[in-house]
Write a protein that binds this ligand. Structure first.
Ligand code: PMP
Length: 459
């Protein structure tokens, strides 16, 4: 292994995304040196179970030889060519057909490739504007997203994101983006309010927003089936049904951001199936290539793609595209992911593993720090509170998320603290004994965190 071992790099040239850069200079950078199934090894050779699949993406784990072989084969044959100018490579063509086939119940007609989840949401917004111009409704331009949504970090996708950290000092969100309620009943239900009353209240707020702004100015609503980076927030029962009724009534398109929930995570191929959503546009990325190479896509309904075809013809051509749209090596890997998922019935495997995963998650509620568990398929979170009976959070400055993260690392487990919760999203290929390993380690890490919180006088 040719990796630097031991000494942590403290002040290198890399600006770490989503890191406190001052703290990083004190604590150093942890090297990820090697992958092995659902585990990664750090620079000292210490093994960690990756309870987050990287960033919710390495669904087949880190050593799937067929993906390496698919990339190698395509690299040798043709490492790159473009999809502009009526050209394409065989993997780009095949992947587009496969994705439309895979989502047949949603009746998508065309696929536009990009490189990341952020870009997929960004291009979806542009396509929506283009669509409404093409059909002669140029006033319909505003986009609605939810608080605690995560849609990415480009100017548009960060604007759609509903987290202050992504807006503050970046001069975002841009005009045309509006935010409405997060549909987590656990977090935003009022005392004494039933779940269905909560849904009625937030849908009422949305209707009031639409009324205020004018339905003729609102183009689309962006939604993750389950809000991921905002805290793995499950929508209240009946939310999407009520939401879709309102959107349809006002001629507002629904965009499903399936960047985390796509490709089996929730126990069905797409989160929209699990949640009963019928989107006009779907954005996918991450597990689409099991993260082995960057690729994302936007899938469009026939109505939208027809209008884009006609509108582009009027202009002379479709004026959009990135250099690596449908990159053949990335597409070849994504095709092989679909082959593997099908041959091994990986979605069935998720459904088989899910009861153990969810029951171990639920048992964590016995821990004094765990106020709630929530999850579906192989996606979960624990709400970590200072006082669970009175629902009191730790302050960010208490640094409890960092203590838990480090205690888990000491145990050989990677998890992700997010606001008041810790997210858990293991590779889909995880086995029962690895699920047990994950929760045994997490339990011990929570015990260390509790002792630290007590010794610091925080509880
Ligand atoms: N949408 C969702 C739901 C996501 O979770 C993410 C990334 N976590 C993105 C979009 C952005 O994807 P990327 O980081 O690939 O730009």
């Amino acid at each position: 292994m040719n990796s630097p071992v031991g000494e942590k790099k403290r002040n290198g040239s890399l600006l770490h995304p989503y890191t406190n850069p001052v703290r990083q200079q004190q604590t150093g950078t942890t090297l990820t040196a090697k992958g092995d199934g659902v585990h990664v090894l750090d620079g000292d050779g210490k093994r960690h179970l990756d309870g987050m699949s990287g960033l919710w993406c390495a669904s087949l784990g880190y050593s799937e030889p067929r993906l390496v072989e698919a990339a190698r084969r395509q690299m040798e044959l043709l490492p790159y060519h473009q999809t502009f100018d009526a050209r394409a490579t065989a993997p780009a063509l095949e992947l587009a057909e496969r994705l439309v086939g895979l989502t047949s119940e949603f009746e998508f007609d065309k696929v536009l490739f990009a490189n990341s989840g952020s870009e997929a949401n960004d291009q979806a917004a542009k396509l929506i504007w283009f669509y409404f111009n093409a059909i002669g409704k140029p006033r319909k331009k505003k986009l609605i997203a939810r608080t605690r949504a995560y849609h990415g970090v480009t100017v548009m996708s960060a604007s759609l994101t509903g987290l202050a950290l992504n807006h503050n000092d970046f001069d975002l969100p841009i005009d045309r983006v509006l935010h409405t309620d997060c549909p987590s009943y656990y977090h935003y239900g009022k005392p004494g309010e039933s779940e269905s009353d909560f849904v009625s209240r937030i849908i009422g707020n949305l209707e009031a927003l639409i009324e205020r702004e004018g339905a003729d100015t609102i183009a689309a609503f962006f939604a993750e089936p389950i809000q991921g980076a905002g805290g793995v927030l499950m929508p209240a029962q009946g939310y999407f049904e009520r939401l879709q009724e309102v959107l349809t009534r006002h001629g507002i398109l629904l965009v499903a951001d399936e960047v985390i929930t796509g490709f089996g995570r929730t126990g069905q191929m797409f989160g929209s199936q699990t949640l009963g959503i019928k989107p006009d546009i779907m954005n996918i990325a991450k597990a689409m290539s099991s993260a082995y190479l960057p690729i994302s896509a936007t899938l469009l309904s026939k109505e939208i793609s027809d209008a884009i075809v006609e509108g582009s013809n009027r202009q002379g051509m479709f004026g959009h595209g990135v250099t690596y749209s449908g990159h053949p090596v990335c597409a070849a890997v994504a095709i092989e992911v679909l082959n593997i998922m099908q041959e091994r019935d990986l979605v069935g495997h998720v459904r088989e593993m899910s009861p153990l995963f969810l029951s171990r998650l639920k048992r964590m509620e016995e821990h004094p720090l765990v106020a709630q568990s929530r999850g579906v398929g192989l996606l979960g979170a624990l709400e970590i509170l200072k006082d669970k009976s009175r629902r009191v959070s730790f302050a960010l400055t208490d640094g409890i998320g960092l203590v838990l993260k480090q205690a888990a690392l000491d145990e050989g487990l990677i998890i992700r603290p997010l606001l008041d919760c810790v997210a858990i999203c293991p590779p889909l290929v995880v086995t029962p004994s690895q699920i047990d390993e994950l929760f045994d380690k997490l339990g011990r890490a929570l015990d260390v965190t509790l002792r630290t919180a007590q010794s610091r006088g925080l509880m």
